[in-house]
Design a protein around this ligand. Structure first.
Ligand code: DQA
Length: 146
């Protein structure tokens, strides 16, 4: 059966391309999603995506994804570092979630070194710019195929 993947992006990621390009690169979120859709099409997977600056909308999306998708690629932005509500929503979704970051958060400010979400995620990918998403998607496919 074809895999159903949700790509979730949190706060400020709608600003990619113009937001701190020296940290996040020059690709827009639309560029990144177009690349992921191409990969998904090649693999016969069904990919849906949502970006929101609101914690509640991301929580709602995780609740709704439960039982409807097979896995999630999630860049939670700054919520990574403090949202216990998102952590609980990931757990409640009972889905494999790949925490994904463009930047290497461990090479940045100390407050970014801690993720309150990683422990309830399948795995974490970061530091490869826009390619982090493609790496995360490949890892999720491999997980779902085994
Ligand atoms: C980010 C890293 C976070 O620390 C930051 O708040 C972001 C983007 C990343 O993709 O590198 O908004 O998740």
């Amino acid at each position: 059966m074809s895999h159903r993947i949700l790509v979730l992006n949190g706060p400020n990621l709608n600003m990619l391309g113009s937001r701190e390009p020296e940290v996040y690169g020059s690709h827009t979120l639309e560029d990144i999603l177009a690349g992921l859709h191409t990969i998904a099409d090649e693999r016969g997977a069904v990919l849906t995506d949502l970006q929101s600056n609101s914690e509640g909308a991301l929580i709602d999306a995780l609740h709704q994804a439960r039982g409807k998708v097979d896995g999630v690629i999630f860049n939670p932005g700054a919520f990574t570092h403090y949202s216990i509500a998102l952590r609980d929503a990931i757990s409640a979704s009972e889905l494999p979630v790949v925490e994904t970051h463009l930047s290497n958060v461990h090479a940045r400010e100390e407050f970014r070194h801690r993720s309150v979400l990683s422990a309830v995620c399948l795995g974490v990918v970061g530091g490869f710019g826009a390619d982090s998403y493609a790496v995360a998607l490949e890892a999720l496919f491999r997980h779902l195929d085994t």
